[in-house]
Design a protein around this ligand. Structure first.
Ligand code: G1P
Length: 286
């Protein structure tokens, strides 16, 4: 398989689970400690060997392209007032990777958002990182998925087991073990009712896909929730190519809803070099 150097980050959702804050702030721009959520995703992609990133946005998300741009006036002002650390931080954010943007124009689901990346990706394998799913791991999760895709010479998806009552919020996959932490995917379904779940394993927001997925997404009808689902595209891809799933090492936080966002905030703060010890003492003192 050709080396994976391109990634797509779909970030065109409406952020309804985080309203009212997301009325004017894209959910990807909400801060987790001192950085917006999407910066963690982009840093993970870069740490996984990704050089070019396409963010699929919508008309309410221009704060994202501004953030990954330079801001010379602010940098100069910070430099002059001895705040080089901040000046460096805001410049670094713009230099993590080559970032490109395309608008989804209509909110028609994850599958449709990925299809918008067809011309950017061309005929090569690529990674997908969902903007809501923030990961904490020793080896970047995207790298774990890319390694599995390259090793098995096929598409690879991230997976984690969930309790049956939680699976309906995600997707479920039927799998059989292949190697350590790697499974062969036999079937998939999106937002299954508990009785429709194929197993307790759900797809998590990291994928390494072959360009064959674009043929599957092209005329795909809307599925669960009336949206074009990437999972339905993967099901079609599975009828032509094999797909593997990786029960990755690491923890995933769903920052697209209040609970997940709080969990991530607390755990990232506890692990933080600057604030961790203070925050632990503070929590204990409550
Ligand atoms: C999306 C995918 C779903 C996956 C989930 C992981 O769902 O469609 O298959 O399990 O991300 O976070 P969404 O969160 O957009 O409803």
């Amino acid at each position: 398989m050709k080396k994976i150097t391109k990634a797509v980050i779909p970030a065109a959702g409406l952020g309804t689970r985080m309203l009212p804050a997301t009325k004017t702030i894209p959910k990807e721009m909400l801060p987790l400690l001192d950085k917006p959520v999407i910066q963690y995703i982009i840093e993970e992609a870069a740490a996984s060997g990704i050089e070019d990133i396409l963010i699929v946005t919508n008309r309410q998300k221009s704060a994202m392209d501004d953030y990954f741009d330079y801001f010379p006036e602010l940098e100069e002002r910070l430099g002059k007032s001895g705040k080089e650390e901040y000046a460096k931080a805001i410049r670094n954010a713009a230099d993590i990777a080559n970032i490109f943007y395309v608008r989804q124009k209509e909110t028609r689901g994850l599958g449709h958002a990925i299809w918008r990346a067809k011309r950017f990706i061309g005929d090569e394998p690529f990674a997908v990182l969902l903007g809501d799913d923030v990961m904490h791991s020793t080896v970047p999760v995207t790298k774990q998925i890319i390694d599995a895709a390259e090793r098995c010479d096929c598409s690879a998806i991230a997976t984690k087991p969930f309790r049956p009552e939680q699976i309906s919020a995600y997707s479920s996959i039927k799998i059989t073990p292949l190697a350590d932490r790697i499974f062969s995917v036999e079937n998939l379904n999106e937002k299954p009712l508990p009785e429709q779940a194929l197993s307790n394993y759900a797809i998590m927001g990291r994928y390494a896909l072959t360009p064959g997925i674009f043929r599957c997404l092209e005329n795909l009808p809307a599925g669960a929730g009336g949206e074009v689902q990437l999972t339905d595209g993967l099901k079609m891809l599975l009828s032509m190519e094999k797909i593997v799933a990786v029960d990755f090492e690491g923890k995933r936080y769903d920052t697209g809803n209040q609970r997940g966002f709080l969990e991530a905030t607390v755990e990232f703060a506890l692990r933080d070099a600057k604030y961790g010890a203070w925050f632990r003492d503070y929590l204990k003192s409550l």
